[in-house]
Design a protein around this ligand. Structure first.
Ligand SMILES: C[S@@+](CC[C@H](N)C(=O)[O-])C[C@H]1O[C@@H](n2cnc3c(N)ncnc32)[C@H](O)[C@@H]1O
Length: 312
């Protein structure tokens, strides 16, 4: 008798628990969707981005005037601070990824960003978005990161930190792949062309942080178009020996490196990543760091005007 009553109580308890969890899940998704809609409706006017928008060709980005004078002293405890944040937040769980993607898709589609797949730009509209980021664009992203995610971050504005590219480069746009990075002069095989440290790569420890960053960009008419770009540039890096991950986004032209689409084009790959145990400028290497130890070397001689390609 007693055990039957206990069983009924247990079943009731379980069903209440499941309904509560279900409700929270529903509520959380509802809040996320409302958040995305609110951002878009807060934009004074939703413009469809075209190459003819004047601010896209040469963004003035008023507020970045102070970048060259602002200081961002290096902190020795950066790695520890980051590890503590990762631990306190328990890292990021993959279950939230789909929702986060839906949120970003919602914002970018309402902003009029072009449809882009892994095979490149879908639209043949000649006026579709083809913005080439400038140093002001990278600085705007840096400022948005500091304003929304981590004011004490070691991430530096491009004005202050320009050491990532070791060779002269040029960014050009072509369809369907969009922007790409090209060598401006001959580069011999085995040359180090790009290095990353946490000075030029933002680390997001939660999807919430990345959404705050993106929302911030949407608020300024001079930066909102950058949302069309940052949606494509995030990488997910798994933390050592865990299933948790961090989201990494580099704020320089390395995010514009294109890949190849088939085996036939293997010869077009001309850069390879290498992790170096000895220090180049990766003084802040940390196994949980976004690209803390990433370097690209030329696989072969590269001619002036050739596009850099990596495998991803
Ligand atoms: C990290 S971004 C590279 C920069 C990108 N081209 C841009 O304009 O922002 C990766 C995206 O570039 C495009 N892409 C890269 N390599 C490509 C290729 N070989 N063919 C077509 N599209 C490519 C795909 O749309 C891919 O999702």
């Amino acid at each position: 008798m007693v055990s039957a009553a206990k069983l009924i109580l247990l079943r009731q308890f379980l069903s209440i628990l499941l309904s509560t969890l279900g409700f929270f899940h529903f509520y959380r998704n509802f809040v996320l969707l409302r958040e995305a809609k609110a951002i878009v409706s807060n934009l004074s006017s939703i413009e469809v981005y075209t190459a003819s928008d004047p601010y896209m060709k040469s963004p003035s980005l008023r507020s970045m005037k102070n970048d060259s004078t602002s200081t961002n002293p290096l902190s020795k405890s950066f790695g520890e601070r980051k590890r503590a944040r990762i631990q306190s937040q328990g890292g990021i769980r993959s279950t939230r990824l789909a929702w986060d993607r839906a949120w970003i898709d919602n914002v970018t589609s309402m902003l009029g960003c072009p449809d882009v797949t892994d095979d490149g730009i879908i639209s043949d509209d000649p006026n579709a978005y083809n913005y080439i980021p400038t140093i002001e664009s990278w600085n705007a992203l840096y400022r948005a990161y500091h304003a929304t995610v981590d004011p004490d971050s070691e991430l530096m504005s491009a004005t202050q930190y320009q050491k990532s590219w070791k060779v002269p480069i040029e960014v050009k746009f072509q369809r369907p792949e969009g922007r790409g990075v090209y060598a401006k002069k001959f580069i011999p095989k085995g040359t180090l062309v790009w290095s990353s440290t946490s000075r030029n790569t933002a680390t997001f420890l939660s999807h919430h942080d990345r959404r705050k960053f993106i929302s911030y960009l949407t608020k300024d008419p001079e930066t909102k178009h950058l949302v069309c770009d940052v949606r494509m540039w995030a990488d997910v890096i798994y933390l050592a020996n865990t299933t948790n991950f961090v989201i990494c986004e580099t704020f320089d032209e390395a995010v514009l490196l294109n890949t190849i689409k088939d085996k036939k084009s293997e010869g077009d790959v001309n850069l390879e990543p290498q992790s170096l145990s000895s220090s180049l400028d990766n003084l802040d290497f940390d196994e949980n760091d976004c690209y803390g130890n990433d370097h690209y070397f030329t696989l072969r001689d590269i001619q002036a005007g050739e596009q850099f390609r990596i495998v991803y």
